[in-house]
Design a protein around this ligand. Structure first.
Ligand code: M6R
Length: 606
């Protein structure tokens, strides 16, 4: 995930920028760069690789008291020197760093190019520098207010101009904070970067612009109206700071999911249609596709199961799905007009990569859903749909799963359209519901304390079962994996209808069961299974939609109701509940949540 820092004040800007940038390394990045305002112009240095490589590349650091710097996590354009930030206008007198996505950058770039602007990178960011140049008449803030209405998407921006002693900052959906000093001020994409300089922060909100000078900061809304500064005092230690004030990376990553899903949808839903430009080269092939082979490991496989369901139900496709460690050794009778779909957070999972190669060797084009741009899966797939989760550090996958689901919903809608199975109205309806998911996920995340209370009741248990049918069962599998891997509580997920074919023998008053009841067409069937558990004195936890509260509030010992949406989208709004449940059980048991025993984040061996 990109990181932004900025400094204006009497000290040497370069040292402060590099030191602060290093504090953002934990966010993950592939290149870095710095822009310094000097007496001879704006000095720019940028480099693919580690910050240390940038440092060794700069022979003479010019004197400067104002600058911005950036760590880049590639989204548009490969990780290379030219694509690293800062980006400048044609005159090299305006420099910009950016975190997020300018969704409409292609059309902006085309119209700027027509006016004669020369672009030197493949990034979406560069359009901002050229737009500012286009509107600049001696005051960069006025130019900024003119271009803001033209930008669509998510953006945190840091901007400097050679002729002015100020840093401008803009926040729209990507975080930014201003650090307040005495006779100096700072900018960063998060608090840890600046903690060695100040404990006083202004945490910018969406739709705000800051004009940061050495001796004062002014804040505005996008219309240019003044906003009073809201100062927050932060007292974190260093370890807390790295985790954004949370106790673990896992909870930080769980809490980031509303934004991560939003980032993944951004630029891909335009005028009520799904646009997946990455798939354009395969479009003809996809039109003829009748069968899809899906493969992945662990959590990514669970996301794949949801994908398989969606592709079968929405796009009428024949789907085969198998975990990659089996898929690669299985006997396949490939069908004509098939494509492969592999899913991976890291893009380096050995079994997934081998399964991808196996399909390609047999002439099956493969699409990947992957989080790391430039990873092996990304590079080797015939086309890749990037999730925009940002770096995931905790071993237990959370935001990678929800963003993989978001991409799979988009892909299923895209395929349904290609197959002529979704009309405009139906597409609009599901996309509007999908677009509202991040807000609903936030509602769930804000109730984390309720789930912690439930975990107080379960964390001493040895076994916890999960049941559900169809999409609810697929979600149950992921909830159960999360719980076992971090809390070490033995857990299994069963299709609810299978209980009485064996697992029911294990149910006693000591085995709580989590029953997922979001697929309303088959909910009554699962309710019967809940009764079977209760008849064996098993405690039941119900996860369902708010609209069914009246009917379901007392069927279990605990119940959690998520905001209403289409049952089809149940896994997206339901998963944060199960992740939080796993997290709090683990915390209460005192396990090493971020690095559970025996597990690794990236499984690059068989
Ligand atoms: O990087 P990948 O998505 O390919 O990783 C796949 C699995 O190793 C991963 O999802 C694993 O199951 C997680 N620890 C689950 O939380």
């Amino acid at each position: 995930m990109c990181g932004i820092v900025g400094y204006v004040g009497p000290k040497d800007a370069y040292d402060i920028l590099i030191e602060s940038l290093k504090k953002l390394e934990y966010r993950g990045y592939d290149s870095s760069g710095v822009a310094l305002k000097t007496n001879d112009g704006i000095f720019i240095a940028k480099k693919k690789g580690r910050i240390s490589e940038l440092e060794s590349d700069i022979m003479d650091v010019p004197t400067s008291h104002l600058g911005i710097a950036h760590t880049r996590w590639a989204t548009h354009g490969a990780p290379k020197d030219e694509n690293a930030h800062p980006h400048t206008d044609c005159t090299g007198t305006i420099a910009v760093v950016h975190n997020g996505i300018i969704e409409n950058y292609r059309e902006l770039k085309a119209s700027l190019a027509q006016k004669g602007h020369k672009f030197t990178s493949e990034t979406d960011t560069e359009v901002v520098a050229h737009l500012l140049e286009e509107y600049y008449q001696g005051d960069i803030l006025s130019a900024l207010f003119k271009i803001l209405p033209l930008l669509k998407g998510a953006f945190a921006l840091g901007i400097i101009s050679l002729k002015e002693e100020r840093i401008l900052a803009v926040r729209q959906d990507s975080p930014l904070v201003i650090g307040l000093g005495s006779g100096e001020n700072f900018l960063a994409s998060d608090i840890p970067a600046l903690l060695s300089h100040t404990k006083e922060f202004v945490i910018m909100e969406n739709g705000q612009v800051a004009d940061i000078r050495a001796d004062h900061v002014d804040m505005y809304d996008f219309d240019g109206d003044d906003i009073p500064l809201k100062i927050t005092h932060v007292d974190w230690d260093e370890a807390q700071a790295e985790k954004g004030g949370y106790d673990h990376f896992m909870i930080k990553e769980i809490m980031e999911q509303d934004q991560a899903i939003k980032n993944t949808l951004l630029g891909r839903v335009i005028d009520n249609h799904v646009i997946l430009e990455e798939l354009t080269p395969l479009q003809e092939k996809l039109q003829k596709t009748e069968r899809i082979y899906i493969t992945a490991c662990g959590t990514a496989y669970h996301a794949g199961m949801v994908g398989a369901y969606l592709l079968r139900h929405m796009a009428g496709l024949d789907v085969e799905i198998e975990v990659a460690s089996e898929f690669r050794y299985a006997k396949h009778h490939w069908h004509d007009n098939s494509i492969g779909l592999v899913i991976s957070q890291s893009g380096e999972t050995a079994d997934t990569l081998q399964a991808l190669r196996l399909m390609q060797a047999d002439g099956i084009p493969v699409i990947s859903v992957v989080n790391v741009l430039g990873s092996s899966v990304y590079r080797e797939a015939d086309a890749s749909l990037l999730t925009q989760a940002g770096p995931e550090i905790a071993v237990a996958s959370t935001k990678a799963y929800s963003t993989q689901l978001a991409v799979l919903y988009l892909f299923a809608i895209y395929m349904a359209r290609l197959k002529g199975l979704l009309d405009n109205e139906a597409e609009k309806h599901i996309l509007q519901e999908l677009w509202n998911v991040p807000e609903k996920v936030r509602v769930v995340l804000n109730q984390a304390h309720t789930i912690r209370e439930i975990a107080q009741d379960t964390y001493k248990t040895n076994d916890i079962f999960f049941i559900g049918r169809q999409l609810d069962y697929m979600l149950a599998l992921e909830g159960s994996l999360k719980l076992k891997e971090i809390s070490y509580i033995h857990s299994e997920a069963f299709p609810a209808g299978e209980l009485k074919h064996g697992p029911l023998a294990l149910v006693t008053s000591d085995t709580p069961t989590i029953a997922i009841l979001m697929q309303e067409d088959i909910m009554e069937k699962t309710i019967s299974n809940v009764s079977e558990v209760k008849a064996r004195q098993g405690d039941v936890f119900v996860l369902a939609f708010e609209r069914n509260k009246k009917a379901l509030h007392d069927i279990g010992r605990w119940a959690f109701f998520v905001p209403d949406t289409l049952p089809l989208l149940g896994p997206l709004v339901g998963i944060p509940v199960l992740q939080l449940f796993a997290y709090y059980n683990a915390v209460l048991r005192g396990t090493d949540v971020d690095k559970p025993r025996n597990l690794a984040k990236s499984v690059t061996v068989e």
